[in-house]
Write a protein that binds this ligand. Structure first.
Ligand code: SAH
Length: 464
């Protein structure tokens, strides 16, 4: 983070603007909205700017900048467009430790003025750290369309009832939940619709409706790219008190979980063991009984090689409310991002997902049964068993020239696709650097990859 976003109270505080032109005017208008007393220093000042400064109960000094102008100021903005003057303002402000902003010169800025969405008292600010202000404006515009118009009114309405809400729900955990219902339920809808009486009538019911038993959300987080989350997954990620995640959930996805949710890692780390499955199942039950909303985030889809079924079995037996949110499974994500359709009228009519479990170092599968004509095989497994898969398939009659693709870190920026044949893959693997997680796709659909590959990752995909 280059800058820490803060919301600064400026009402009735003196702020110095050096410069008398259009840029100084634009910045002063923003300061005026926050109620600052604006002092303008410049040999010449636009009449609108002078008027604005006076109206703010600041003033105008028609002379070149001098460090004495900084006395008593809480902030200073230099917008002269003259390099020497801007640098002098910056140096003088630095000496006095007054935060300074030099318009359009990011390296001379202690603070920057973000792009602001103002639904006061709700304010959202976007910044690109001075790199691309137009992008910040675009993002602000996008958010603008998502925020209900009455969100400022809702904040005021709830703010006026803060004390009552606290008194009606003294338990902090239940109160937090009550607040979440208030900002996201029928009360909020009434306020948005202008029906404050109706909202008032619902308030008490909503406050007492929250229960002390939590719930569990078993959520598929997809293969890695956070854009592949479902809307529902995202919504529940904002609602959770605690999240249990493992190695397959990407950092980019985890970053989207509510910031103050507790994070519990239950996967394997190098050299350590994973939390045993029965312990995870029990933990879900215990946390929900303690009243938490528990997010169990799983890579891909929870019901595809995810042991999701086992986790909710225990919840169901314990009578704990839960819901399951599907995710994009690794096969679907990797296939799409690698340009390998899983089925295709000219190549495959069916697709089979296979967990390539290793038992005593061997891959234990019904090889003869796997060899169906016009069928794509997808192996969910690391590279270790891959040479054996190639050998066994050939032994059982597969064409050694059958194309095979190893998709590494599918859908992530570092995705790589290694394409070969059943015959050559083991040798290629021996010299290739492979980064997990990996998924293997076997079948003639793989031959479409060079033509249909679109996802430009770094390093560039494809060693054909
Ligand atoms: N529930 C998950 C699968 C869990 S099994 C799902 O639906 O995707 C774990 C296996 O999934 C890994 O060993 C790997 O083979 C595969 N996998 C998961 N994410 C992947 C990714 N981003 N790229 C390649 N393979 C992945």
């Amino acid at each position: 983070m280059d800058y820490l976003p803060l919301f600064l109270r400026l009402s009735d505080r003196p702020v110095l603007v050096v410069g008398g032109g259009k840029v100084a005017l634009r910045k002063s208008e923003l300061l005026a909205r926050a109620g600052a007393r604006i002092g303008v220093v410049a040999p010449e000042v636009l009449p609108e700017l002078a008027e604005l400064a006076r109206a703010s109960r600041g003033g105008v000094v028609l002379e070149p900048f001098h460090p004495d102008h900084l006395s008593e100021q809480v902030l200073v903005i230099s917008a002269t467009g003259i390099g020497d003057v801007d640098r002098a303002v910056h140096a003088a402000a630095q000496a006095l430790r007054i935060p300074v902003n030099v318009a359009d010169v990011p390296e001379l800025c202690d603070f920057i003025l973000p792009s602001i969405l103002d639904r006061s008292p709700v304010i959202a600010a976007f910044s690109t750290g001075g790199r691309a202000p137009v992008l910040a404006r675009k993002l602000r515009a996008e958010l603008e369309t998502l925020l209900p118009a009455g969100v400022g009114k809702l904040a005021d309405w709830l703010g006026a009832r803060r004390e009552r809400i606290r008194a009606a729900q003294p338990d902090p955990a239940l109160r937090l939940r009550a607040w979440e219902r208030l900002v996201d339920g029928p009360v909020a809808e009434r306020v948005y619709a202008g029906d404050e009486e109706g909202a008032e009538a619902l308030l008490v019911d909503e406050l007492t409706a929250v229960s002390s038993v939590g719930e569990v959300y078993l959520v598929g987080a997809g293969p890695g790219d956070p854009d592949l989350l479902t809307f529902r997954a995202f919504r529940l990620m904002q609602r959770a008190d605690v999240v249990l995640h493992d190695r397959l959930v990407s950092d980019a996805v985890l970053d989207l979980v509510r910031r103050d949710a507790e994070r519990i890692y239950v996967g394997k780390r190098r050299g350590e063991h994973a939390v045993p499955q029965p312990d995870i199942n029990q933990l879900l039950v215990d946390l929900a009984r303690a009243g938490k909303r528990v997010l169990r985030l799983k890579g891909g889809d929870p019901f595809v090689f995810g042991r999701g079924g086992e986790e909710i079995e225990q919840l169901a037996a314990a009578g704990i409310p839960f819901q399951v949110v599907p995710g994009i499974s690794a096969a679907n994500g990797c296939a799409a991002y690698a340009g390998i359709p899983l089925t295709h009228r000219d190549h495959a009519q069916s697709v089979r997902f296979i967990a390539g479990h290793l038992r005593d170092g061997t891959v234990d599968l019904d090889w003869a049964g796997l060899l169906q004509p016009r069928e794509t095989l997808v192996f969910y497994m690391g590279r270790v068993g891959l040479p054996q898969i190639c050998e066994r398939l050939i032994e059982h009659g597969a064409d050694p020239g059958t194309p095979i693709a190893l998709v590494q870190q599918g859908t992530l920026p570092a995705q790589r696709v290694l394409v070969s044949t059943l015959r050559d893959m083991p040798a290629e693997l021996a010299s290739a650097e492979v980064r997990g997680p990996t998924l293997t796709i076997v079948g003639s659909v793989v031959s479409l990859h060079p033509r249909l590959s679109w996802f430009r990752s770094t390093p560039r995909s494809t060693d054909v």
